[in-house]
Design a protein around this ligand. Structure first.
Ligand SMILES: [Zn+2]
Length: 394
């Protein structure tokens, strides 16, 4: 069986996928400088196949070779994994198969990149869920959006022919090119720079002295935390030049300029750590206009992320059954395909209300009563609240 044999079959709204069972080995080698160095490698387990099915109502499920369902919530189990617990992460893949096709002689894995890919899947599902909540948590939406937009791009090995890189939004090339154009221009001697603006329509007045300091990496007249940050400089130059054709990219540039200029300059965004600022951010400046645009950008970023990760899935006409089906090159693309088919208006992933359980489960949006992933968690938490009650009444 080659990696190209992995594909979905569509019949009665069902897609199926199979991938190889795998096992991990950690080997110690010496670097060229003589330092010991640990290498993590994933190997296929001979001829053992893991079968999946996808249905619109249940999501991606493990099945027996005969097609009966085993585990109803593969995506939920994946996003419940504590990504920093390497043992649990590797255990999940030994049970479910690896994200990408792997070489018979083993594929070396960058564990930091693997954790990043898991975090991006998690962020995608959580952002989808966050956008459907009846009252929006704008800080959470912004964190997940900027993590997906600004996070470092990582690459995972598969086979010699197949590698995977996380999505890098065209926003990055857009602002880099603008910064290159501006370095050729002379600084302006005008009183103010008027920039046409969609968020604060019709236009915004940019202070030329402040602009000179930001764009030249100086602190002649203005000095505040992060003023010479590279992203802030690129965004500000792209904002002032205002010659990006795409309306969506322009909106992202305007948003990031105003957000960093008013709330605080962003130093880094990580999944676990949230948004890190140079100084202390002033959230009172995260006003209703910016919040409205944050939601629009969240939708654009989410769409870019899902499109990138499902683009390798191709329609495939089955010559045996004369039925349409889909070819998916990897479990990773199948996971995103199940996100692609999630119906955020009608179902979401909810975190189990038992504090000692970290599971996410799929639930209808209209079902506000289901708070626990299983009966065990409901019972455990009921007993816990009962004990607390008894202790308080003593
Ligand atoms: Zn639970």
């Amino acid at each position: 069986m080659t990696e190209l044999d992995n594909f979905f079959n569509l019949s009665n709204d069902y897609f199926s996928l199979s991938c190889k069972k795998c096992t991990f080995r950690i080997e110690e080698t010496l670097k060229t400088n003589g330092q010991p160095h640990k290498i993590l490698t994933v190997y296929p387990v001979n001829n053992e196949i893991i079968n999946y099915a996808f249905s619109g109502s249940q999501g991606l499920c493990l099945t027996t070779p005969h097609g009966s369902l085993q585990n109803k919530n593969v995506l939920g189990s994946l996003i419940s994994l504590p990504a920093t617990n390497v043992k649990k992460v590797l255990g999940f893949f030994e049970e479910h198969g690896y994200l990408l096709p792997i070489s018979p002689e083993g594929t070396e894995i960058d564990i930091a990149a693997l954790v990043e890919v898991l975090n991006r899947i998690k962020a995608t599902v959580l952002l989808m869920t966050a956008l459907e909540k009846p009252s929006l948590d704008y800080k959470q939406i912004l964190h997940l959006t900027l993590y997906l937009l600004l996070g470092t791009q990582v690459t995972l090995n598969g086979t010699a022919r197949i590698t995977y890189s996380t999505y890098r939004h065209p926003f990055h090339d857009g602002i880099r090119n603008q910064a290159a154009i501006d370095s050729l221009q002379q600084s302006s001697e005008t009183e103010s720079i008027t920039v046409k603006d969609m968020i604060y329509a019709p236009s915004y007045e940019l202070n030329p002295d402040e602009y000179d300091d930001i764009s030249n990496g100086e602190t002649f007249t203005y000095d505040y935390p992060g003023i010479n940050d590279t992203l802030y400089r690129q965004v500000t130059i792209a904002y002032k030049n205002n010659n990006i054709q795409s309306r969506n990219l322009r909106l992202m540039i305007e948003f990031l300029f105003h957000y960093m200029h008013s709330v605080g300059v962003i130093k880094a965004v990580t999944f676990e750590g949230g948004i890190e600022y140079y100084g202390s951010p002033d959230f009172s400046k995260f006003d209703s206009q910016l919040k409205k645009v944050a939601v629009l950008i969240a939708r654009l970023v989410l769409s870019g992320e899902i499109n990138h990760n499902t683009r390798s899935i191709k329609p495939f006409y089955n010559p045996n059954s004369l039925e349409p089906s889909w070819k998916a090159p990897s479990l990773l693309s199948a996971l995103y395909f199940s996100i692609f088919y999630m119906k955020p208006g009608s179902e979401i992933y909810r975190k189990c209300a038992n504090p000692s359980c970290h599971k996410y489960f799929l639930v209808k949006t209209s079902n506000s009563r289901k708070k626990y992933c299983c009966d065990n968690c409901r019972n455990a938490n009921n007993q816990r609240s009962h004990r607390i009650k008894v202790q308080k009444s003593k």
